[in-house]
Design a protein around this ligand. Sequence first.
Ligand code: SAM
Length: 247
Amino acid sequence: MRLDIVTIFPDYFAPLDVSLLGKARRAGLLDVHVHDLREWTHDRHRTVDDTPYGGGPGMVMKPEPWGEALDTVAPPDAPRTPRLLVPTPSGRPFTQAMAAELAAEEWLVFACGRYEGIDTRVVEDARTRMRVDEVSLGDFVLAGGEVAVLVIVEAVGRLLPGVLGNADSVADDSFAPGAMESLIEGPVYTKPPMWRERAVPDVLLSGNHGAIARWRRDEALRRTARNRPELLVRLDPALLDKHDRRV
Ligand code: SAM
């Protein structure tokens, strides 16, 4: 998968050299290109922002450098077009389902906003020639899109074939399509069996795989009900088995 990231802070993306994603890059599974938006400015101060029309505090990112940057990274006459991701608190909520959908793409471009965001005409113009998603990480405001892009790239990258050591672990994750859809994972344990007078539940030491699977599902249902009741309301009844209802 190819990723192009346009930002005024290229250094923010150093973590993409580390851990799982760093390994994926070295293995050629992720081809990441980080671009400095200021390359597409033409004044001495390399200006990327200006005051907002209509007044008010803060600054808005100018459309001209963004237009030139996107035209260069994804030329309008190129045979392939990428999907453009624009992180913004006013976008659609980013979910595991969206991460899975993006993991099937060949090419993603990310536009990192700063200040009060990017002049709206940039997204309108990009939509005339590529698919554009405005995505929100949640109901809070970050200082810039860089952290949001790191989050999205990590969520998408770990779903690419060959990136995780054990591909099965994705199927048991919180929100995974299938049995875990709309559920969050229950508690997990490792050795030793007793730590600070806290025991690992007997069932996990029993070797009874059916009972362990049932316990894990019960705990996922309980934890979802406790921490994320709104997910349970959305749960498709077809995904519940007859034992789930007694939890
Ligand atoms: N004025 C904007 C608003 O109220 O919606 C907030 C702009 S924020 C200070 C600057 C940039 O941070 C945004 O353009 C976006 O790229 C990023 N950002 C902030 N919060 C975000 C969130 N919840 N999800 C995704 N990106 C976010």
